[in-house]
Write a protein that binds this ligand. Structure first.
Ligand SMILES: NC(=O)c1ccc[n+]([C@@H]2O[C@H](COP(=O)([O-])OP(=O)(O)OC[C@H]3O[C@@H](n4cnc5c(N)ncnc54)[C@H](OP(=O)(O)O)[C@@H]3O)[C@@H](O)[C@H]2O)c1
Length: 261
């Protein structure tokens, strides 16, 4: 895997992660990706290899947590040591995986509901950055792209943990950009609004009524729209770090949503 650049994409057996892997592979990059289930990782890996025979694609099963309170730092160590042994240098780390923290209720949910989301979306991502950036520093540079969310700026109901984690993740992105710039490591974030994912495929009418339709662009993003933004930071944005690229059809710029007639 020495003659091409390599991207590591977390959470890439389904949805947006797949679009990101496919974008990098189509651009001729080798790709490392993760998922939590060994079976799903194997199936995804086989599918990617058939579709992109000209690049190398390897999947690894890795979970962020040992339990709700504890980040599995050892498995991140092992992942990067395995990549070292394979001779793989991660030029670009894409932090796509996220705990969606669905349905959290302020007065009813246990504290661990908050902790596990923040542990995955902030602490585990920091751990991945630390391991990747140490190697990027040795190699003279690299870059990191967070899949953040426009909910970092505009809250949505019953998602306290998720919204909190995405706000914290933006702070992490800026702090890392500041501290790692001197090593030629760029750190940026893509902030999608609603993305068309498998979750809604069974309900195509859903997209006709979601609030994200009532935006200047009038549509939600496809995974490929988000992947293009990630790829921009990775491949083209040589003098850009600590930046945010919002991909939400203009949703966040509105004081009032466009009301359909
Ligand atoms: N979908 C949207 O409308 C939307 C909007 C704004 C921002 N975003 C952001 O865009 C990114 C991708 O969104 P998506 O909807 O495509 O994501 P998704 O369908 O929820 O999938 C995310 C991936 O995260 C992995 N994951 C979840 N919990 C994990 C854990 N504890 N440890 C390790 N991996 C874990 C999942 O792995 P498994 O395959 O093992 O389950 C999955 O592959 C996320 O960062 C999300 O916050 C999404």
């Amino acid at each position: 895997m020495m003659n091409k650049k390599t991207a590591l994409v977390t959470g890439a057996c389904i949805n947006t992660g797949v679009a990101i892997v496919e974008k990098f592979a189509a651009e001729g990059w080798n790709v490392i990706f993760t998922g939590r289930s060994p079976e799903k990782v194997k199936v995804a890996e086989e599918g990617y290899r058939v579709k992109f025979p000209e690049v190398q694609i390897h999947g690894f099963a890795i979970d962020s947590l040992l339990d709700e309170r504890t980040v599995d730092e050892k498995s991140v160590d092992e992942l990067f040591e395995t990549l070292d042994r394979m001779g793989v240098f991660v030029d670009t780390l894409v932090l796509n995986a996220a705990d969606q923290g669905l349905g959290m209720k302020i007065f009813e949910s246990p504290l661990t509901d908050l902790m596990k989301v923040i542990n995955t979306n902030v602490v585990w991502n920091f751990c991945l950055c630390e391991h990747a950036a140490a190697r990027m520093k040795e190699q003279g540079g690299g870059n990191i792209v967070f899949l953040n969310s426009n909910t970092a700026y505009r809250a949505i109901p019953d998602r306290v943990a998720y919204v909190t984690s995405k706000g914290g993740q933006l702070g992490l992105m800026r702090a890392l950009a500041l501290d790692l710039g001197k090593y030629n490591i760029r750190v940026n974030a893509v902030l999608p609004g609603m993305i068309r994912t498998e979750r809604w495929v069974t309900n195509p009418d859903f997209y006709k009524t979601v609030p994200s339709r009532y935006t200047p662009i009038g549509d939600v993003a496809d995974g490929a729209d988000v992947a293009d933004a990630v790829y921009y930071f990775a491949a083209h944005a040589r003098n850009t770090t600590g930046a945010e690229l919002v991909v939400d059809g203009g949703n966040t710029i509105q004081l009032y949503p466009i009301i359909p007639q």
